[in-house]
Design a binder for this molecule. Structure first.
Ligand SMILES: [Zn+2]
Length: 379
């Protein structure tokens, strides 16, 4: 196996969320933190089944315990108890984890889970940039029962105010959790009609209105020279799973008026990563990050990165963790990404597909340079 040493390469996490000062104790607690069943708190206690035969029900948690044991230099069965003690000083503990993966910065969506920005910035200990999620803005304005003109003006003004802030590097949509990615451009008249009739009948925000507001947001991000992130692929039980394939976005993304705005397919549309990679290949302004699938796919990451890297241009692929709840998710994501890239690039060098220099350059692009360039991060 060719040796490509990536141990000195810094990382930028191109998509993450705040973590909380929470104190999981047991394997069951850890499985619950990373669960995609969601709505778990509404489940009767007896119905929770995060461990099986007293063991982690997912490879993710089993692997996490082993990795923590390595950094703590203790047996895996003692790792969670050690974590409980060390994480009492969360800032210091997070600092240790982030130094271990050479993390230099993060692009964060603060809409989930809710945590004060200032607290998180202190705790993260690395520079933090922000993307503004548009759905909470839409939902809040909808609750105010405004007429369509006022609604649209306030929507634009709110997003514009945020986009003017230096540490805000873009907007983000999770319409995949609302009405899905088949965006219909109903034009201004269609928006007005859909808005007014839903409002009169006291309905929730209709699909045509959401679609139009996403398109408005893409345009606005472009006007301020910033980036538009859109969730693609799986997420959790609330996702519109039949409406999340990246190819659903293709008709809109290829329209001339959006071709000047950088759009990031967040989560690389997993499990439809080839669709995301093909769109990046076909449209000059489209990028992807492989957050969420990393670290959730654990040992499978190398194979998935191979499928992405084989087709997507190398300036368009970004590392991300989608970390939330606990800093271990960002940390494990970083460890797996570095390891998988080392192994993948080593194999490609071995098979004479690329040279060692090119391999290292490729990994540097994916691990931090692409995010630094695209989001204009001042490290
Ligand atoms: Zn996310």
């Amino acid at each position: 196996m060719g040796i490509v040493d990536l141990s000195d390469v810094p990382l930028i996490d191109a998509h993450a969320h705040p973590f909380l000062d929470c104190r999981p104790e047991t394997v069951e607690d850890w499985e619950e933190l990373f669960t995609l069943y969601k709505s778990v708190h509404e489940m009767p206690p007896g119905k929770k089944t995060y461990t099986v035969d007293g063991r982690p029900a997912t490879v993710l948690i089993a692997l996490l315990c082993r990795e923590l044991a390595q950094i703590f230099r203790c047996p895996p069965e003692e790792a969670l108890a050690r974590r409980r003690v060390l994480a009492q000083e969360l800032d210091q503990y997070t600092g240790m984890l982030f130094r271990d993966i050479r993390l230099q910065g993060m692009v964060v969506d603060f809409a989930f889970p809710a945590l004060q920005r200032a607290d998180f910035r202190t705790c993260a200990g690395v520079p933090v940039w922000e993307v503004i999620r548009i759905e909470p803005v839409i939902d809040e304005l909808w609750r105010q029962r405004l007429d369509w003109e006022t609604f649209l003006k306030r929507y634009r003004d709110t997003l514009a105010d945020r986009l003017k802030q230096a540490r805000v590097v873009g907007l983000k949509s999770i319409i995949a959790y609302r009405s899905g990615l088949s965006l219909e451009d109903c034009g201004f008249a269609g928006f007005k009609r859909a808005f007014t009739s839903a409002c009169e009948e006291n309905q929730p925000v209709p699909k045509l209105v959401r679609d139009h507001l996403v398109l408005e947001a893409i345009t606005l991000a472009g006007e301020y020279g910033k980036v538009f992130q859109i969730h693609t692929g799986f997420g959790d039980v609330d996702i519109k799973f039949d409406q999340v394939r990246p190819s659903l976005l293709f008709p809109v993304l290829k329209e001339k008026r959006y071709r000047g705005v950088p759009v990031v397919l967040v989560h690389a549309g997993y499990p439809w990563v080839e669709e995301a990679a093909c769109i990046c290949r076909a449209l000059e302004n489209v990028y992807l990050d492989f957050s969420f699938l990393n670290p959730y796919v654990t040992f499978h990451l190398e194979e998935i990165l191979g499928r992405i890297i084989s087709i997507a241009p190398l300036n368009k692929i970004m590392y991300g963790s989608d970390g939330f709840n606990v800093p271990e998710m960002n940390w494990l994501g970083g460890k797996l990404a570095r390891r998988s890239l080392e192994s993948l690039v080593g194999r490609l060098v071995d098979e004479a597909v690329i040279g060692a220099d090119y391999g290292k350059w490729l990994a540097e692009r994916v691990m931090y340079k692409n995010a630094e360039e695209l989001y204009g991060l001042d490290l």
